[in-house]
Design a protein around this ligand. Sequence first.
Ligand SMILES: NC(=O)c1ccc[n+]([C@@H]2O[C@H](COP(=O)([O-])OP(=O)(O)OC[C@H]3O[C@@H](n4cnc5c(N)ncnc54)[C@H](O)[C@@H]3O)[C@@H](O)[C@H]2O)c1
Length: 344
Amino acid sequence: MSMDPSKRTVLLTGAAGEIGHGLVHGLRSHDDIRIIATDLKEIPEETRSLCDEVHVGDVCDEGLMQQLIAMHEVTDIYHLAALLSTRAEHVPEVAHEVNVGGTWNLLKLAAAHSASHGESVRFVLPSTIAIYGLDGPEHKQRVGKVVEGEFNLPKTIYGANKLYCEHLGRYYSRHYRRLADDRGSARIDFRSLRLPGVIAAETKPTGGTSDYVPEMIHAAATGQPCVCFVRPTTRIPWMTMPECVQSLLDIGRMERDRMSQSVYNVASFSATAGEVADILRMHFPDARIEFEPDENRQAIVDSWPGDVDISCANTDWNYSPRWNLEEAFEHYIVPSIRTHYAQA
Ligand SMILES: NC(=O)c1ccc[n+]([C@@H]2O[C@H](COP(=O)([O-])OP(=O)(O)OC[C@H]3O[C@@H](n4cnc5c(N)ncnc54)[C@H](O)[C@@H]3O)[C@@H](O)[C@H]2O)c1
């Protein structure tokens, strides 16, 4: 295959997922980039058409990932493939294999590729607020916004997997084979964002424990009743999908010397399930929302912070949210979801 050496080539895993869908569109707006997309599932046609190549396969498949990285001379990896928190809690051993094993597989192959080509490979990992572990609603309320170094005691396998992957990324980036004579030959440039709950108008989430808000929104927009699985007072941080995609693109393009750390909190607003329900009832007066907390899923959300401190991202790369809660509904969620279902 002929390659234009001036171009960067991105390998994007989890491309059939919610964020994958948004990120492919975001990356495509950069002409100077080749996109190699992969997922265990068939990638929807709309996303496929924006990619240079798509491959269906397992991120843990060493042979396939090695082939993709080497054949396409990959310069950047956006590693999105994962089992999310609810799904992972049902099958923790599989979650470990995919979430940790898949990340480790890619880091290892990227390091080998970097060593053989003499070029650094940039590696972007979406992490999560699930890496934090608080002791329930009162504790959440008491601590307020959490900073990156605090409460790194996840209470789910998903949070534990992601926290370890952050550590793996930092290790490969800064300390890989630190006692070996040729330790400098592999260069991984790792960065990660701890994402809050993400709200998309065009896609519906599955398998996450922050799904209750997107579920409420999609139900209200389609006139369906919705039973929310957490209490109305349950608070976590959120961002919209356009903001999520932009922040991943921004961290992916950031000059290394502007970054004082590898992992950053990002979020746009903090809101309770009840506040979201109230706003939805304003925009969709017929919305039928009931609250029937599921004790087990409630306990997971109760261990996540009510808000995150984003001052490091703000200081290092001028990160700031685009919308607050009301603006997110007014400027993105309501108009985009109406258009989405009108076209469906
Ligand atoms: N959506 C959120 O609210 C949120 C919040 C924090 C972090 N994240 C992180 O962002 C990333 C993307 O999340 P999403 O919301 O798009 O999730 P998603 O479930 O919609 O997408 C994940 C994709 O990974 C794929 N996948 C799973 N196992 C695989 C395997 N073994 N090999 C290859 N592909 C596999 C799935 O088929 C799916 O298409 C994940 O790493 C997730 O942990 C998401």
